[in-house]
Design a protein around this ligand. Structure first.
Ligand SMILES: Cc1cc2nc3c(=O)[nH]c(=O)nc-3n(C[C@H](O)[C@H](O)[C@H](O)COP(=O)(O)O)c2cc1C
Length: 327
């Protein structure tokens, strides 16, 4: 099935995925201007006392800057932006954030940690599409039954709350019954991997960790540098920090005084997005396994240029390897 109109004209079939704390309007605007979907979790727009409408302000700014870009660059318009809603009982802002996003006619909604028909209906009521992120086929079926338009398959090796399944297994099971929009997440940090996602049957990739090492990202310099310095063997899969299994940078865990090789197993009922965490965990940093490809901190636009160059080079290489004729 062809991609919905909203996602059909991207420079690269890629979504810059939402990153808690890290994705901010600067990063989203840079990603969209560079021609990939930029996204942020609604919860990143932190409320200040007496100033509850930061999300509204972020959306006004993103829309204005992208409109200005489109007027100045009619031949290379910005990609659409996306807002991520954490659909979990501990997210007490959900209803209000959904209202604000509907008011702004957000074009792409990404839902995580729960599928709720009323969130999908709110998105559809103003012409938006909903992509729901899932770690297995059972959740994928539930999400589509509840009205999501497309899926993000979060495979093993992804940053944040990663799944444990191989991307091959996950994509093939979903594609056996679902021909709608499907994006693959997990350790995509090079254009070659993006092409591999398409070869497997996905419509595009979903990349997060590589964008932490960009100038626009709202992360400490030491975190960005750790992404640039580390590789797959520096990542540990643990559920200790949020109650949900996720991938983290071992050096950041060691710096908090814990042994990354012997972390306790936590209880999922402890998951609470409103709860305070031990102070020493503040600088435990998430990352996927793909960061061996990241060697420096650079502007997001340059990272997208690099991904595109690799994507095109990988196509050429494959064409030669497989003996495809160039029509
Ligand atoms: C530090 C960090 C924070 C994340 N925060 C969120 C989030 O708030 N919401 C969400 O849906 N996914 C979140 N994710 C998951 C990403 O959106 C995405 O699935 C993942 O980064 C893709 O794998 P990659 O990092 O290997 O590219 C986060 C990932 C990381 C690394």
């Amino acid at each position: 099935m062809p991609l919905p109109q909203t996602l059909s004209n991207l420079r690269l079939p890629l979504i810059g995925s939402p990153l808690f704390i890290i994705s901010n309007p600067d990063l989203v605007i840079a990603q969209c201007k560079a021609g990939i979907v930029g996204s942020f979790p609604a919860l990143n727009a932190r409320e200040q006392p007496g100033d509850p409408i930061e999300l509204d302000r972020w959306l006004v700014r993103i829309k204005e800057e992208l409109d200005r870009h489109n007027q100045a660059n009619p031949d290379s318009p910005a990609a659409p932006y996306a807002v991520n809603q954490i659909v979990h009982k501990s997210n007490t802002r959900l209803e209000r954030d959904v209202e604000i996003c509907a008011k702004h006619e957000v074009p792409v909604w990404i839902t995580s940690l729960g599928a709720r028909p009323e969130v999908n209906e709110a998105a559809h009521s103003t012409g938006g599409i909903v992509l729901h992120d899932v770690i297995n086929d059972r959740f994928a079926r539930k999400a589509i039954e509840k009205g999501a338009d497309g899926l993000i398959a979060v495979a093993a090796g992804a940053g944040g709350h990663a799944g444990a399944l191989s991307p091959f297994a996950l994509v093939q099971e979903i594609r056996a019954w679902f021909d709608g929009p499907l994006f693959l997440s997990g350790a995509i940090a090079r254009g070659d991997s993006l092409l591999a996602a398409l070869a497997m049957g996905a419509d595009g990739g979903y990349a997060g960790s590589a964008f932490i090492a960009t100038e626009e990202a709202n992360a400490q310099g030491a975190y960005k540098q750790m992404i640039a310095d580390c590789g797959a063997s520096d990542i540990v899969y643990s559920n200790l920090f949020t109650g949900v299994w996720g991938n983290y940078l071992k050096p950041s865990i060691a710096a908090a005084g814990l042994d990354p090789e012997s972390l306790e197993i936590s209880d999922p009922s402890k998951m609470d997005f409103g709860a305070a965490k031990p102070k020493s965990w503040k600088e435990i940093w998430g990352s996927g396994q793909g960061i061996g490809a990241v060697t420096k901190v650079q502007p997001a636009a340059r990272l997208v240029d690099q991904l595109e160059a690799e994507f095109l080079a990988a196509q050429e290489r494959l064409a030669r390897q497989l003996g495809w004729s160039r029509a």
